[in-house]
Design a protein around this ligand. Structure first.
Ligand code: F3S
Length: 406
């Protein structure tokens, strides 16, 4: 790679040990991907949950923090593996919390904004069109690349914080214009999309796209940001979609030909039957088996989604033999509280949790074997993390299962 004098100085250690180590990792990864140079980034979003990072993640982040590392660009952090305020209520073992707290101390020492959110693009870390950023978290990456038109690869743990500290990332993959062109066309013929349909469509397109970039025809122009968020989460978890182009919706499909003047390599038609088939495939539980826990909020709930749940929960309360857990950011929780949405729902028996989610926290301690969710991402990832069976239903179905009139 061709490095600037400043980058060479970083490598030689003249900016301290953390910067040296970070630059060494960036250069070695850049060389392995054939990058020719490092490029500046406008922001970073890093992983910081113990459930995936384990002791090696703690050691690495603490080493960078002790070595004087400090984020040079605005940097936010994905959800934690524990709710820092409610971990006792959620039965998280104390030693597990201690591990997460070490990660918390390290990221805060590194100057990371402690959002503990997978939706930083909704408030605190909002990139602009065309900006290079270095983000981790598949659902946030899909949103930033596709809906906003910022540029990031699926930045792995380790590289994310190194990019944040140096303000640089190797130029390869989706940072390069020609690599952002679509090669597959999905022709969606569905009337009356429901919220669940967007999750499911994301799962279908993600599972069929492999490493290719999908272009999607037939998404209605009135799709909401929340629906795009859920679509991208499904696509990024059922496959490795980091960027999609929705014709007439996403910026790179509006401003230019998303195929770059070429013909699609393959065309897939998607209809209502395909959605039903994917819904059936995602639901792995025996339909007659008792549901132990219903969870909403993957990706973390927005205020509009919270309002919709509030409306649907009128005159209902959580069943005695059921847990109903909803995950959201701390900001959304506080706004919901100010709007009078939270207290009645808590009184009705819902447990809210902030800064974490069911997928990355140790839900296993509860011994649940059957979980219901309205999120394709949660449904696809939770079973591998927690050894549970899944029923996948829309929000109405989840509420009806979790609650009773009251
Ligand atoms: Fe966010 Fe957790 Fe889902 S990090 S996207 S709520 S798996």
């Amino acid at each position: 790679m061709i490095l600037t004098d400043e980058e060479k100085a970083y490598l030689e250690g003249s900016h301290g040990e953390a910067n040296r180590l970070a630059m060494e990792l960036l250069v070695s990864l850049g060389e392995s991907f054939g990058a020719e140079r490092l490029i500046p980034i406008a922001s970073a979003h890093i992983l910081g949950h113990y459930g995936s990072l384990h002791q090696a993640g703690i050691d690495f982040l603490e080493k960078l923090a002790e070595g004087g590392g400090e984020c040079r660009v605005p940097t936010t952090v994905d959800p934690s593996s524990v709710d820092f305020e409610r971990w006792k209520q959620f039965k998280i073992p104390e030693e597990y919390v201690e591990k997460q707290k070490r990660l918390q101390i390290a990221v805060e020492k590194l100057g990371v904004i402690p959002t503990w959110s997978c939706t930083p693009y909704l408030s605190i870390n909002v990139p602009r069109y065309g900006q290079n950023i270095a983000w981790a978290e598949s659902s946030a990456i899909a949103y930033a690349n596709s809906v906003i038109g910022a540029r990031t690869n699926r930045t792995p743990f380790g590289l994310d914080i190194c990019a944040a500290i140096t303000g640089k990332i190797p130029e390869f993959g989706l940072y390069i214009e020609e690599n952002r062109r679509g090669s597959l066309l999905f022709d969606v013929k569905i009337d009356d999309f429901s919220d669940l349909d967007y999750h499911t469509l994301g799962a279908i397109i993600g599972s069929r796209s492999g490493a290719d970039i999908p272009v999607i025809k037939g998404i209605p122009a009135n799709i909401t940001n929340d629906q795009l968020k859920c679509f991208g989460a499904g696509a990024g978890s059922a496959g490795s979609v980091a960027l999609y182009h929705a014709l007439g919706i996403t910026p790179e499909a509006r401003l230019k030909d998303p195929f770059g003047g070429k013909k699609p390599e393959e065309v897939f038609a998607i209809g209502r039957k395909d959605l039903q088939k994917m819904e059936d495939q995602i639901s792995t539980a025996d339909p007659n088996a008792r549901v132990h826990m219903v969870t909403l909020g993957c990706p973390l709930l927005s205020t509009e989604e919270l309002k919709a749940i509030f409306r649907k929960m009128q005159k209902r309360k959580v069943r005695k033999d059921m847990y109903f857990w909803i995950y959201l950011t701390k900001e959304t929780y506080d706004i919901g509280k100010a709007l009078g949405l939270i207290d009645p729902l808590e009184k009705a028996g819902i447990w809210f949790s902030t800064q974490t989610c069911a997928t990355i926290s140790p839900v296993k301690v509860w011994g649940f074997s059957h979980v219901m969710t309205n999120s394709a991402k949660c449904a696809l990832v939770v079973p591998s993390e927690h050894d549970v069976k899944i029923t996948y239903r829309d929000t109405d179905g989840c509420i009806i299962t979790a609650t009773e009139p009251g």
